[in-house]
Design a protein around this ligand. Structure first.
Ligand code: FMN
Length: 200
């Protein structure tokens, strides 16, 4: 039985809507799958450095040829990949920042997309090496993006669906607390988002 991996990426701690929504999804999943271990990673507190030349070279070096220095360099990424592979359910909290995911969450993505570990290339075509995992996106935003005029401008959800699919994770559901910064929806946004999790 795999773990539940809860990735959080909000800088707002206890005030965070994406963490609250993700926690509610996790609670529902734990009710349905009692005994599953929960692993929570706050990517804002992890040393996921930006990709640089040595790291990218190490990513592309076959395991037997890695130097000791390259193996040390890869430790953080290896750990993130191991956490991902040990999970069969992944809940990703996504605060919408400037119409995208936070840079800390993108940094996590850059550490889990690994040649030969999570994605392989056959005849030049990518093939995700993960399968059978279920992902939930818990997205928080001040505006409304699930429908209406702003719906083309949430670049986080389509990207996350694409990159997860690239790795082989194609079963992805989205839940939202949205409109929390708009006069008409401010008072109901959180309750509406949390209520939607009943369908998990
Ligand atoms: C740097 C920054 C950029 C933001 N950009 C957007 C945005 O593009 N669209 C939007 O609807 N809300 C935006 N917001 C509001 C957040 O999405 C909102 O506060 C959300 O609740 C953040 O998630 P959290 O509560 O989990 O931290 C932004 C907030 C911050 C701090």
């Amino acid at each position: 039985m795999g773990n539940i991996l809860h990735i959080i990426s909000s800088a707002r701690g206890e005030a965070s809507n994406s963490i609250m929504l993700g926690n509610r999804i996790v609670e529902k999943l734990q009710q349905r799958h009692p005994g599953k271990e929960l692993v929570t990673i706050d990517v804002t507190r992890q040393p996921y450095e930006q990709l640089h030349g040595e790291l990218v070279t190490a990513y592309r070096t076959p395991q037997p040829s890695l130097t000791d220095a390259q193996q040390r360099l890869l430790q953080v990424s290896d750990e993130a990949v191991a956490q991902l592979m040990a999970a069969d359910i992944i809940v990703i909290g996504v605060p919408l920042y400037n119409f995208q995911m936070p840079a800390a969450l993108k940094a996590w993505i850059d550490h889990i997309v690994r040649p030969s570990k999570t994605v392989a290339y056959k005849d030049g075509m990518p093939a995700g090496l993960l399968s059978g995992q279920k992902a939930y996106l818990a997205i928080a935003s001040n505006g409304i993006y699930s429908e209406g005029p702003m719906s083309p401008y949430d670049f986080a959800e389509p990207y996350l669906r694409y990159i997860l699919g690239f790795l082989g994770i194609t079963d992805v559901s989205t839940y939202r607390i949205e409109g929390a910064g708009m006069t008409a929806t401010r008072d109901t946004a959180v309750a509406k988002g949390l209520a939607s999790v009943e369908s998990v």
